[in-house]
Design a protein around this ligand. Structure first.
Ligand SMILES: O=c1ccn([C@H]2C[C@H](O)[C@@H](CO)O2)c(=O)[nH]1
Ligand SMILES: [Zn+2]
Length: 161
């Protein structure tokens, strides 16, 4: 038996003003697009903005449903849209933000388990890291260099070979 350990490094910025310009721009898009979310059940409005290698930004929002499990997160809406409109174009970075009208908006949120699995699949397919920027409307911002860090010991296509 041996003991193994996972740890990872990421950047934590005190607020978005400290971000490199391109990252700030992408986070601003994620913040902005929260206004297009359809979240009448949770009232938690999430926005995602994906920067593609061709320079195009694709945005997505959470889309809820009266049948709750049919709802889909902003990250997966943005990923599916990017892959459908620009197949084969690598994803460089995804920024995720939210608007929580009844609570606080000043801390980063991190993707749910299903989105981590989905993000991992896209990262695996393109064989190039996807960076992820997480931030609220204000406050601290985290920048994580690869999705791999968010899903240690994740299940992948290789496990079925
Ligand atoms: O990273 C996240 C976390 C939550 N949600 C959505 C799912 C649901 O519509 C609402 C509350 O969980 O926020 C996202 O879109 N992305
Ligand atoms: Zn999710």
């Amino acid at each position: 038996m041996d003991i193994r350990k996972h740890s990872f490094e990421y950047h934590s910025y005190p607020d978005s003003a400290a971000l490199p310009t391109a990252d700030l721009r992408l986070l601003e898009e994620a913040r902005e697009v929260t206004a297009q979310a359809y979240a009448p059940y949770s009232n938690f409005y999430v926005g995602a903005a994906i920067l593609l290698a061709n320079g195009i930004v694709v945005r997505g929002t959470n889309q809820e449903n009266a049948s709750f499990p049919a709802g889909i997160c902003a990250e997966r809406v943005a990923l599916s849209t990017a892959a459908s409109l620009y197949p084969g174009v690598p994803i460089l970075t995804i920024a995720v933000s939210y608007h929580n009208p009844k609570g606080s908006n000043d801390a980063p949120i991190s993707p749910c388990g299903i989105c981590r699995q989905t993000l991992s699949e896209y990262e695996g397919r393109q064989q190039q890291a996807i960076r992820i920027i997480m931030g609220g409307q204000t406050g601290k911002v985290f920048v994580i260099p690869t999705i791999r860090h968010l899903l240690p010991l994740g299940f992948t296509a290789e496990d079925m070979q």
